[in-house]
Design a protein around this ligand. Sequence first.
Ligand code: PLP
Length: 418
Amino acid sequence: MHYFKYRGKELYCEGVKVSSIAVKFGTPVYVYSKRTILEHFQKIDKAFKKISPLICYSIKANSNLAILKILVQVGAGLDIVSGGELYRAREVKCSSKKIVYASVGKTEDEIRAAIKYGILLFNVESFPELSRINKVARELRKKVDVALRVNPDVEPKTHKYIITGKKETKFGMDIDTVRDIFLKRDDFRYLDVCGIHIHIGSQITQSAPFIKAIKKIKTLIGDLAKKGVDLKYFNIGGGLGIVYDDETPQTAEVFAKAVLPMLKDSSLSTILEPGRFIVGNAGIVVTKVSYIKDTPSKNFIIVDAGMNDLLRPSLYEAYHKIIPVTQNTKHKTRNTKKSDVVGPICESGDFLGKDRYLNVEEDDYLAVLGAGAYGFSMSSNYNSRPRAVEVLVDGNNVHCIRKREAYSDLIKGERIVS
Ligand SMILES: *Cc1c(COP(=O)(O)O)cnc(C)c1O
C-alpha cells in the first residue's frame, strides 16, 4: 500500500506529479509520501490497540528529522542504535521515556549521553555491556532500566545479511545466559534489569518465526516468574516485511492476530520497533537516464543514481521495482531489450536492477520504488558524489526536507597538510 500511482501516463506521489519534482529539484531525488508513512504507523497502532504497546520507530530505517517528527507527533517513540540517533531523537523532541537503545557496541560516551537524557531503557546485548552501563550509572548516580536482548536462535527466512536472531549472529545473548543474569540481577546495583528484547531479523514476511521466538521467551518469562523475577517490558522488536516484488507479507493485522494471544494476558508492557514497515514503501528514488549503452554481451541503462544513493541492490542483491516516471509510448525501440539499470560508480556491483525491460531513452526519468527504508540512511559520498536531495509530499504540497549536498560539503572538515 502506498500513494505512488499513475494518473494517465504520469506517476504521481499523492497529489503531485513526480516528473515536476524531478524537474524542480533535479535528480537523483528521494521522494516520500507523508500519507503513506502515517497510514503504515496507524496500521500497527490499530492492530495492537488492545494492548496499547509503545511503538518505537526504528530510526536507522530512515532518519530524516522531518520523518521522525511526523511519527513523534502521532505518538511514536524511537528505537535508536547510536549516539547520533540519540541526537536526532532529541532534535525532534521525542519524549525521553519513549526512547529505547539497542546496539552491540555502545560506547561509554554514548551510554552516558543516553542515561543523562533519561531514556526509557537500554536493550543490552552482552554481559560486558551490562557491567559498563552499571558503571556509568554509578558514576552518574542514576538507576537505569535495562532489557536483555535474547538471541532466540530462530530462522526468520530472510536474506542472510539481515538475519539477527540466529545463534551465529553477533546480536543478543542466548537464553541460558539471560536466565543467569536475571537470577543475579541484584548484583547490578544501579540497574533495574526488568525487560526482555528480541529482534530476529528484517524483511520477515511470515508470522511463524515471530511466534516461535515469542514462545521461547514466554517460557523463559514463566520460569523467571516462578523464581520471583518479575519483569516490566517485553520488546518484540521490528522486522515486518513489505512488498518489493511479488512477496505476500503478513499484514499488521495478521501479525497482531498471531502474536496478541501470547502478549495480552501478560502484565508486561509491550514494545514494538518497526522500521521498514512504516517507511519502506513510502519513498522512491527518482533518477534520470544518462546513457543507453548496448554492448555485444549486455545492454545497460546508465542512470544518475548509484549504489552510493541506494545500496540495497548491491549489498543484499535486493530487488526494487523500477518504473518510468512518464510512460512514453512513442519510443518503442527498447521494449524487448533486456537491460541492467546501473549507476555511474566505478564498481561492477553498482546496479539498481538487473534484467529489466524498460522503454526508455536518454533523459527519461525512472522511479526506483520501495526506497523509503534503508535508502537514504545507507547512502554515502563514495566516488565523491554529493548525497541526493530529499523531499516530502503532503497532499498537493512538496517540502524539501534535506537539500542536495554541494561539493563543499564533500570536503567539510578535511585539511591539506603542508
Ligand atoms: C533495525 C532494527 C529494527 C527495525 O527493523 P525493521 O526490519 O526495519 O523493522 C528494530 N529493532 C532493532 C534492534 C533493530 O536493529
